[in-house]
Design a protein. Sequence first.
Length: 369
Amino acid sequence: MKILRIISRIITGIVFIFSGTVKAIDPMGTVYKLQDYFHAFNLDFLSSLSLVAAIVLCTSEFIGGFSVLFNIRQKAGVWIVLIMMIIFTPLTFVLALTNPVSDCGCFGDAIHLTNWQTFFKNIVIIIPASYLFVTRKYIKPHQGITREWAILSIITVMFLAFIAYNLRYLPVVDFLPYKTGTHIPDKMIIPEGAPPDRYETTFIYEKNGEREEFTLDNYPFDDTTWKFVDQKSVLISKGYEPAIHDLTMVTPEGTDLTNKILSSEMPVLLMISRKLEEADPEYLMEGFDLGKWCGENSIEFYILTASGADQAARHRNGLNFCFTDEITLKTMVRSNPGYMILEKGTITGKWSWANVPEKEALQKIITTQ
């Protein structure tokens, strides 16, 4: 029994610590994933709670796993992990059946799992978690109750501070395609011979008031009494998709500057604000001021946003705006606004609004590239 408990503690503790940690490294990624789920289930009114929910979720996972693995208030940790497994195991089964969001997000962007993979992972983890709960009477504090609660409190505060750091600045580990050092054009290439998406197309025809579905193999091409009504295509298998597949930068006038920006011989500074209306006005003004300074110093500067044309026009003031897909902008930088330097399509610098270099330091960075 003792060996089984130790193995159960190791498995459960490591999984929960890892899951909580990768979410804490990229808390905004967890926020976006929760918003995707809220939207999929028509619960958009809960989106305003996404940040709080993300913090509670990853903190609970980490503290529960830490408590179980290191035997610090282990009974409390066992309760936490079992309650979470009881909630999320049936939930992931529903998600696997309905597939409202393709990637579960349980391990952030560090490891991508399908909803079915997540469900089976939960089935495996609930076994040692349940065993720990059933045998919890054998747990005994080994450092004293007061000391253990003090340790757990300190760890919780440190973990929350870690989350706050990653929220204010950028994630300490970048799991996304747009990490520093990435040559974007290389990530957009589709290898020769890569499998494309496969669809099954169904044709709907009508005759004598009755409708029937046909495939490409049996549709009534030689029977003119059938009248075509509609067709539908269902994705059978996903083909190869490059890491970066949806990056476009289009001016308000409709000019696509993507290739121009990615192939520029001179360094380009991008200010990325997925929604101008959601950014702090003070940080936006600092960014606009930086853009004007770039213009005075012959530095290419573009503002990428997914806001409407009216919002962009409200702030334009001679600055170069480009419209980009919102999901792409969320992937490029987890900050609103955030900044990125490109040199011949390679990301050589990336910052949030909180740690973008001062103008003089930025000029040195640009001129030395």
